[in-house]
Design a protein around this ligand. Structure first.
Ligand code: GDP
Length: 424
């Protein structure tokens, strides 16, 4: 049985917590896209962790964690992340890295920085983790697969060939120091030694696991609106954030994904540039930012303050649809207990016409939010375990959202902890 946990919004919906929670009943947890550019925050008996590349299942002794072929694999980062959790008392996790995963090269990170510098005020607000240059090279067919690290002669020759092109760009476009092929080759041999203990044919491993009836979780990073096809292009990430890509990025048949849990946040937040219709500003935003998440809404990777907004039903219904959501986990609802009333964006007004359908980016730029306002519940809902025990206005807010997004809300998260969850 394969389940996917994915985001319906701009990311940071609290997928890490839901994955960590459902990890308890899973055998295998797979990262299938993205790299170390996004962070999941997880709070459990070992403490508080910000994971960037490791799947959120690494805290359980019974799970195998897989870095799938679709991931941008930063090998030294992976190595450091494993060490950092083990140092804090977490038992050494079982980790498998796909032999088809491609390697984040040191120059991908440089190119990401140089390009953002070059773009100046038009920059993408990249986390500068090398993601865009990495996926560009993968599809330009000049990337390096993990498997290639084990063929020395061919590797050396390819490094020379690829660096020839990279050095032209470094020298003439960015006016930066060029790269030495021998040094790069030696770095890759170090990478090989770091990753070697984990390398496996993970698609085959998953094939066998599915046959044996194992429970598998696919863990998405970011959310629908950051997908290169269906998101707010070009202010998106460079790999698909959709559950359907889970089949490719993990190497399993698409029909095996039976359950698609869309994580939806009870209000909106976004990092980086891009259209954000229900965005709020000033004190109103600062108040929500300070109260948001478990320690304020600041990027888990970069520490940047997140942009804040009211719940956007247009974007979220669309976000759930493109994910193919079968159920929704509504998170960080507890944060909203201070509000007198809660505006919910139920439509976009574009050129004088109100629509409920999420448009392409050019039209989105002209959209103004249409709000419906619900009364607040004015109390702390943390600690509540049963849906019926939630204040009436809080249930009304949940049920209003459910109606708007047209997917059943089966879980409501009312705190960052593993067991702060209400099943409906
Ligand atoms: P992810 O990338 O989707 O996993 O999201 P992040 O980890 O970046 O952001 C979610 C933040 O909200 C983290 O700091 C979580 O600990 C926190 N969080 C998750 N669920 C809840 C919740 O129900 N209530 C509160 N207060 N915080 C939550």
């Amino acid at each position: 049985m394969v389940r996917a946990i994915v985001g319906a919004n701009w990311g940071d919906e609290g997928k890490g917590k839901i994955t960590d929670m459902l990890g308890e009943t899973s055998d295998i947890i797979v990262r299938f896209q993205g790299g170390s550019n996004a962070g999941h925050t997880i709070i459990n008996q070992y403490g508080k962790f910000a994971l960037h590349l490791l799947p959120s299942g690494v805290f359980y002794e019974h799970t195998t964690s897989i870095i799938g072929n679709g991931v941008a694999l930063n090998i030294p980062y992976l190595f450091k992340e494993i060490q950092s959790i083990v140092e804090r008392g977490v038992p050494m996790p079982k980790i498998l890295v796909s032999d088809r995963a491609q390697i984040m090269m040191p120059y991908h990170i440089l190119f990401d920085q140089y390009e953002e510098e070059r773009l100046g005020k038009n920059s993408f607000g990249s986390t500068k983790s090398g993601i865009a240059p990495f996926y560009s090279d993968k599809y330009a067919k000049i990337g390096f697969q993990v498997s290639e690290l084990f063929e020395e002669a061919a590797l050396r020759e390819k490094v020379e060939r690829v660096l020839e092109q990279k050095n032209i760009i470094l020298e003439h476009m960015y006016h930066k120091p060029t790269l030495d092929p021998e040094e790069m080759y030696q770095t890759l041999l170090e990478y090989r030694d770091m990753v070697a203990p984990y390398v496996a044919d993970t698609s085959l491993f998953l094939h066998e696991a599915i046959k044996a009836g194992k429970t598998i979780l696919l863990e998405g990073q970011l959310g629908s609106l950051k997908d290169p096809d269906f998101g707010i292009y070009p202010m998106v990430t460079s790999s698909s954030t959709l559950a359907s890509y889970g089949a490719i990025g993990a190497g399993i048949p698409p029909y095996e994904i039976k359950d698609i849990i869309c994580v939806v946040k009870a209000y909106s937040s976004a990092v980086g540039a891009g259209e954000f219709v229900s965005e709020i500003f000033g004190e109103e935003a600062e108040e929500l930012r300070k109260r948001g998440g478990d320690a304020g809404e600041y990027g888990a990777t970069t520490g940047r303050p997140r942009r804040m907004g009211w719940f956007d039903a247009v974007a979220t219904r669309y976000g759930c649809r493109v994910q193919g959501a079968t159920e929704v986990a509504l998170t960080v609802l507890d944060v909203l207990g201070y509000l007198e009333e809660l505006p919910v964006c139920v439509g976009y007004e574009i050129d004088g016409v109100v629509t409920r359908d999420f448009p392409t980016t050019v039209k989105l730029a002209k959209a103004k939010p249409v709000y419906e306002t619900l009364p607040g519940w004015k109390c702390d809902i943390r600690g509540i375990k049963k849906y019926e025990d939630l204040p009436e206005n809080c249930r009304k807010y949940i049920e209003f959202i459910e109606k708007q997004i047209e997917v059943p809300i089966t879980m409501v998260s009312n705190g960052p902890g593993r067991d702060e969850i209400i099943y409906r």
